[in-house]
Design a protein around this ligand. Structure first.
Ligand code: GLA
Length: 423
């Protein structure tokens, strides 16, 4: 039955480097993965506003995105942050106060006014700085001209009522990160406004094993593990495989993810579903980097999928486990334990089947449930729901000793189901 239903569903259906980890520093923020929008992947450091009036890094871009977040249903779905990335600053600090200042031509109203605009619409505003002498695009860093501006910057951001800061690691000595990134955390904890702290710390160390994840976790709300995502399937697939290869290490400190590139040019419809599914399975931040003013409706629908967002935001916050890896990472199965529903103490589970093969027909993947999830209660049945088909999600009911068989399209596609214990 499962097979026939899957066929029908498939016919109906056919039509976010780096890693950020959450649940770190206990300052009350990012208790579930933050959701929002970040300019970097899509708009990078475009500062030529004459040639690109709608795409350059200026206050209009962020105001437009704040408006779209509110008016197009993203805020309601949970996407609350709009994050400025590099290239917002003037080329120097204020000569008298040493404070950071925004580029006056591109941000004529200033960052404080932008934060007020965001807050008037219940959106939170994030900003970007770097722990080195310069940012990655060579704007003034925390240690600009070799002087420590950590506390001044934390105060400035607090006065502006900034809600989140991404602190990059260019033009800095990674050997000092155990001090500099920790000092930044202290500074943020001492200012009046609460600011979520995202660290690029682990990414800038060449070797994972050199990272003091306990200290990173204690100091930062989020941290990134890998280099930047770009607008391509290869980039998403690389992150998926790295997450699989280092699953055991990362799972202990919690999961990763970079910007969601859904809604740009690099991913097909099925591959966009794939990125959303993996990011949600890992319980990582959902930060879109796209142009919300011109996004295609089917891509928007993926980003607003309530069932998937609920998997990402599940209160248990467990990163999914890789349970099957075959054919040189072209076949993968991941499982994720979810928190119990309606006072029923049995846990639902999410199961993801991934088919990366680029040759041949769509393929049936079939595994015995108990072989994927030994913890399942053998005495009960589980209803199986397709999380990408909210109108008709029920696929059947299975006992743990039965096979979950799903037809999975090729070329980097997924099927994602939820097992709901039947009592
Ligand atoms: C680095 C980071 C990116 C972005 C740029 C800005 O490359 O990895 O995410 O912040 O710097 O210059």
């Amino acid at each position: 039955m499962m097979r026939n239903l899957s066929n029908v569903l498939l016919l109906l259906i056919i039509s976010l480097s780096s890693c950020l980890m959450v649940f770190g520093w206990d300052n009350g923020l990012a208790r579930t993965p933050p959701m929002g929008w970040l300019s970097w992947m899509r708009f990078t450091c475009e500062i030529d506003c004459n040639t690109y009036p709608d795409e350059c890094i200026n206050e209009k871009l962020y105001k437009d995105m704040i408006d779209r977040i509110v008016d197009d249903g993203y805020l309601q779905a949970g996407y609350q942050y709009v994050n400025i990335d590099d290239c917002w600053m003037a080329m120097d600090r204020d000569p008298k106060t040493s404070r950071l200042i925004a580029n006056e031509t591109r941000f004529p109203s200033g960052i404080k006014a932008l934060a007020e605009y965001a807050h008037s619409k219940n959106v939170l505003l994030g900003i970007y700085e770097d722990i080195g002498t310069l940012t990655c695009a060579k704007y003034p860093g925390t240690y600009y001209q070799n002087k420590d501006h950590t506390f001044i910057d934390a105060e400035t951001f607090s006065e502006w009522k900034i809600d989140s800061v991404k602190v990059d690691g260019c033009y800095a000595d990674p050997k000092k990160f155990n001090i500099t990134y920790v000092e930044y955390s202290k500074a943020l904890s001492q200012v009046e406004h609460k600011i979520l702290y995202g660290c690029s710390w682990p990414f800038f160390k060449a070797d994972f094993s050199e990272n003091d994840y306990k200290l990173i976790r204690k100091s930062c709300n989020l941290w990134r593990q890998f280099g930047d995502i770009v607008d391509s399937y290869q980039s998403v697939k690389w992150i998926i495989d790295m997450m699989g290869m280092h699953n055991e290490r990362f799972i202990r400190y919690h999961g990763p993810g970079d910007m969601l590139i859904i809604g740009n040019n690099g991913l097909s419809y099925e591959q966009s579903k794939t990125q959303m599914a993996f990011w949600c399975m890992w319980s990582v931040p959902l930060l879109m980097s796209n142009d919300l003013r011109s996004i295609r409706p089917e891509m928007k629908e993926i980003l607003l999928n309530k069932e998937l967002i609920a998997i990402d935001q599940d209160p248990l916050g467990i990163m999914a486990s890789l349970v099957i890896q075959k054919s040189n990472w072209q076949t993968q199965v991941w499982t994720k334990k979810l928190s119990p529903m309606n006072n029923n103490e049995l846990n639902p589970w999410a199961i993801l089947y991934f088919n990366g093969h680029q040759l041949g027909p769509d393929s049936y993947m079939s595994y015995k449930l108990s072989s994927l999830i030994p913890e399942l209660n053998q005495t009960i049945s589980y209803d199986v729901h397709d999380l990408f088909n909210s109108n008709d999600s029920y696929l059947g009911t299975l006992k743990p000793n039965q096979q979950l068989e799903l037809l999975v399209p090729t070329a980097g596609s997924v099927r994602l189901v939820k097992l709901i214990p039947k009592i």
